[in-house]
Design a protein. Sequence first.
Length: 255
Amino acid sequence: MRQVTSVSAVRQATALVRQAAADDRPWTADLYTDALLTGRGPLFLRRTDGWLLPLDVERWCARADAVDREVLARCEGAVLDVGCGPGRLVAELTARGRHALGIDVSAAAVAHTVRLGGQALHRSVFEPVPGEGRWGTVLLADGNVGIGGDPLALLDRLGQLLVPGGLLIAETAPVDVDERIHVHVTDGRGTAGAPFPWARLGTSALLRHASRAGWSAVDQWTSGGRSFAALRNRRTNSTAEPANSAAVISSQRAG
């Protein structure tokens, strides 16, 4: 299989990963950071009406489980984990010899991922990402279809990151829901962080939005009480390499 290395993307990502790995400044104390440091909750997303969505911090901070490994076995080419959290999926892919990069808006999550042996950058998916248009698979695990609170905008952005015909694997809510909300992170004791927009989508809702945004449904399944959908990017007007090109981040190793 022919491999093409994007030298500038590799150098940019490698420099940023090394910076993250070497950064020994104290993290900003917040609830999510504290949860990642301890590896346990309780932690919730709190809607404005008081409704709480539990966050599975213990599972996120553990190694990839059987359900995760089933998801990762479906990945094609180089893998971008959007909202990678503490990095279990990136670390598992890396341990398998796969080319993978995580991005997350939490500096603590990025540092945790790097400590596990994975590669991660501190940034939003809506900021520039190395290797744009050359990722074979994008992962949206652990409810990250909610990022930004606008499913159509998120799907459009992910289409820009993938190769033509690239694969999106998204974990959806296990119930039939389609809502746009503002939430806080809270530990259930009345302490809350700043509000931010979020979305909750069941599989049916994601497929509806995806069809409108120019994606094709590939598969949907449930495993271990979790729900997933796989979508194929229909974009074809690009000179990017095919989905199985594995060289997008071929030399990313933190020094």
